[in-house]
Ligand binder design. Structure first.
Ligand code: GLY
Length: 357
């Protein structure tokens, strides 16, 4: 049994703490607001490695696919803890407004097929048949195997599972590494401040999201996650079981600023209205900004930093997706087992290489 300190109580820290405590390690988790407040609380919750990445990013895709495979078992294990993580299997619909978008969907479709995934190209009319509320589009791509998770239900479920396994919570921001046999650094965008190797390698990537709710008489939200690129910006609409629609997300570098800007809200709403015109009449119930943990190459830093310190950070746009494989990597390290497939490329050893950009 190892005495383990986990720094960070977002989806990564909670997942690692739960899985390690379930293996009988003695776990303390440090976070001023566990299961609240960080990027995970504001996430869209798409578990969709291919539609969230670009085919050239092979290492990210490989790790994302590896984690996606682990998601159903991860969710089942959480359910065995008596808590439901809100996993949804409604799939993704990506829509194209013009010829360039349609070319991009052809590439995505080819890539999904090469991974053995089902992906069906649809005409504009077929898109309408599948999702009648979608605006006027040229064509679409239906990806039925993509999953999504209700990020807030998931965080509550992970917190409860940690409590079940006697994880201790210290509600403080950590400035110096805790005194423990092993330390996992999972403090998201703030992790760069915790270890000299990560300084400058992990940076905040701001993202604004909105939550919308149909008012009486409005067309209900789509039944699939619907994505598109509008004016060069990727936009997604993710339906939640409670009729809410999560609309995300902007992405830019603004340091640790978490203000919601007029521009951000306008861009999101303009994009959403084009994709799903009925949202014009929806109620805007929440606007918020979070900070993703960016890495230099969009791959997380996942592995030993030095001796007893393990990095589990820099997950960029993929924190929720990569939580299961990250937690398994932490447990493999503690137990002296082989790390999961796909994690070698994410080793922090690349921080020592000059060409790491
Ligand atoms: N994965 C969604 C986002 O980062 O906006």
């Amino acid at each position: 049994m190892t005495n383990l300190a986990v720094v960070g109580g977002g989806v990564i820290g909670l997942s690692a703490a739960w899985r390690a405590a379930a293996k009988k390690h003695d776990v303390t988790l440090y976070d001023p607001e566990p299961a609240r407040g960080g990027a995970s609380w504001l996430a869209g919750g798409m578990l969709a490695p291919v539609t969230e990445a670009w085919p050239g990013e092979e290492d990210i895709l490989r790790l994302g696919e590896e984690s996606l495979k682990r998601w159903p078992g991860f969710a089942r294990d959480l359910e065995k803890e008596g808590v439901t993580p809100g996993l949804a299997e409604h799939g993704t619909l990506v829509v194209a407004f013009d010829r360039a978008d349609a070319g991009y969907l052809d590439i995505l479709a080819g890539h999904l097929h090469s991974l053995g995934r089902t992906a069906e190209r649809l005409t504009g009319r077929e898109v309408k048949r599948l999702e009648p509320g979608v605006g006027s589009v040229r064509s679409g791509l239906h990806v039925p195997g993509d999953l999504a998770v209700d990020n807030r239900k998931l965080l509550d479920a992970l917190y409860a599972a940690c409590v079940n396994h006697r994880v201790r919570f210290v509600r403080e921001r950590v400035e110096e590494l805790p005194d423990a046999e092993a330390v996992v650094l999972a403090a998201g965008a703030w992790t760069g401040q915790l270890h000299p190797l990560l300084a400058g390698a992990v940076r905040p990537l701001k993202g604004e999201i909105l939550r919308l709710k149909p008012r009486r008489g409005c067309l209900p939200p789509p039944t699939h996650t619907v994505r598109a690129v509008v004016e060069g910006r990727p936009i997604y609409l993710v339906p939640r079981g409670d009729q809410e629609l999560v609309l995300g997300a902007t992405q830019y570098e603004a340091g640790f600023d978490r203000a919601v800007t007029v521009r951000g809200v306008r861009e999101l709403l303009e994009g959403a209205e084009r994709i799903y015109p009925a949202v014009t009449e929806y109620e805007l119930v929440e606007s918020a900004a979070g900070l993703r943990a960016g890495s230099r190459d969009a791959l997380p830093y996942l592995g030993v930093l030095d001796g007893s310190v393990f990095a589990a950070t820099g997950h960029h746009r993929n924190g929720l997706l990569m939580a299961p494989v990250t937690a398994d990597a932490v447990v493999a390290w503690l137990e002296g087992d082989e790390p999961p497939e796909g994690t070698a490329a994410a080793s922090p050893a690349r921080l020592h290489q000059k060409e790491h950009v």
